[in-house]
Design a protein around this ligand. Structure first.
Ligand code: FA5
Ligand code: MG
Length: 422
């Protein structure tokens, strides 16, 4: 990526990747392999996670603090890796199957057929392993074509964390050293730590009688429950069994918020194939990927994910560097306005495409897009009715403004999605 002197990615008018320059205008319009709209393009380089006064940056720093305070071995920290990655990094390297839905143009922003805006910070796992890192945090902006509501946004921030240990046989070997050659082995252990191996109580592992995978899964949960306590004190949460191509077993953590269970992170024990492919033999590892916005919403009482992008001083001035206890005071809640639209869908219709059209017209004024009716007639034609909620977080919208937005949405839904309005 092209970078400005201060190390930040500028708001780009052009991107450069591997020597190829992509100008903003080409990006959106002419390249059929490119589906990055202007609204997303303009978010590149904003790096909310590097702003110490912003809830996303404050939370990232609190997570760093937890790892610094609780682990004697150092976690390497990366928060400046380029969000433009290859299809290989984003998918192949973490074993995402060739036909997995997340690879589709419907779910992911492609800059060209081989380059995407990363859809998770796991995209950097393999290269960091190959570079010899065994404990690390990767924080960054990630991009997804997704639905529109208070907990989904097409750009958000993830922290990916991975921790690797030696398999038990090596541990036993180290334990042997420790017992009989204590001085020498102590130095050996310190050196191992410097190299990044987490040398923690092999006896504990041995005594548990667990295999590497079960041990790592237990350690992972301990780490995450500790992190939750560090951030929240007390909060209602639960573990859900999950599936990810890159971990087994896999879990998701949910937190109770605004009268619903909200998923905040995915995690699991890293597939051995990833470790083997990237030079980590005889080790076992866990990893997790956490959504910073969702956790920040709970921690700071922020009711809507769009607020993180607000430049309104009434939002930005409420947060202070290093302060986690702050509760956001809504400066006022303007009334939402609901508009319904019905149309006959075709085979290529998807909800993500509809949301992209709505975002393109209304931007952050679109609060929610919800399917409220769905039926198929005798001829086999299927009709969908969507309710769009428009609401500004900063002012009251007039009827004329909303009608104009809805008129444009209807027009573009018809022309871009090729559906028949009813
Ligand atoms: C992943 O992205 C996995 N890479 C996480 C992982 C890493 C699993 C390592 C195992 C090992 P998922 O798609 O569930 O998983 O996203 C992780 C988190 O990102 C979610 O729990 C949620 O907090 C957040 N998230 C996902 N989509 C959005 C969105 N549109 N807006 C805001 N946050 C989102
Ligand atoms: Mg998930």
């Amino acid at each position: 990526c092209t970078r400005k002197k201060n190390g930040r990615l500028p708001v780009l008018s052009a991107l450069e990747l591997g020597g190829v320059k992509i100008a903003r205008d080409d990006v959106v319009r002419d390249d059929p392999t490119n589906n990055v709209p202007d609204s997303i393009f303009s978010k590149l380089g904003m790096q909310l996670h590097k702003r110490n006064q912003h809830p996303i940056g404050i939370l990232k720093n609190a997570i760093y603090e937890y790892f610094d305070a609780n682990y004697s071995n150092k976690f390497d920290k990366f928060d400046d890796l380029c969000p433009l990655v290859s299809v290989k990094q984003n998918f192949d390297d973490v074993l995402v199957p060739a036909d997995h839905i997340s690879r589709s143009y419907n779910d992911t922003y492609y800059v060209d057929s081989q380059t995407v805006l990363r859809c998770h910070t796991s995209a950097h796992q393999a290269e960091l392993l190959r570079d010899g890192h065994t404990h690390f945090l990767v924080t960054g902006d990630v991009y997804r074509r997704d639905s529109i509501d208070s907990t989904h946004y097409p750009v958000f921030h993830q922290v990916f964390v991975a921790s690797h240990y030696l398999q038990p046989p090596n541990f036993f070997f180290l334990g042997f050293f420790l017992r009989f050659w204590s001085i020498h082995s102590y130095t050996l252990l310190l050196e191992m730590q410097m190299e990044g191996f987490r040398v923690f109580s092999p006896e504990e592992w041995e005594a548990s009688g667990l295999d590497g995978t079960s041990y790592a899964a237990g350690d992972l949960k301990k780490c995450l429950e500790g992190l939750a306590r560090h951030l929240f004190g007390a909060v209602e949460m639960r573990w859900i069994d999950a599936y990810f191509p890159f971990t087994n077993p896999s879990f998701e953590l949910e937190i109770y918020f605004q009268e619903k269970w909200m998923e905040v992170l995915g995690c699991g024990v890293t597939e051995q194939e990833i470790l083997r492919n990237n030079g980590q033999l005889d080790s076992v590892a866990w990893a997790f990927g956490l959504g910073l916005e969702r956790l920040a919403m709970v921690l700071f009482d922020i009711p809507d994910i769009r607020l993180f992008w607000s430049n309104d001083e009434r939002f930005t001035s409420q947060f202070t560097k290093g302060k986690m206890g702050i509760k956001f005071k809504p400066f006022s809640k303007f009334p939402p306005c609901f508009k319904d639209m019905s149309f006959w869908i075709n085979e290529s219709f998807t909800e993500n495409n509809l949301c992209e059209v709505v975002r393109g017209v209304a931007g952050d004024l679109a609060e929610e897009v919800q399917l409220i009716d769905n039926f198929t007639n005798k001829k086999g034609m299927t009709s969908h009715c969507y309710r769009i909620a428009y609401r500004s977080m900063e002012c009251s919208l007039t009827d004329e403004e909303i009608n104009e937005l809805q008129r444009k949405v209807r027009e573009q839904v018809e022309t871009k999605l090729n559906v028949e309005l009813r």
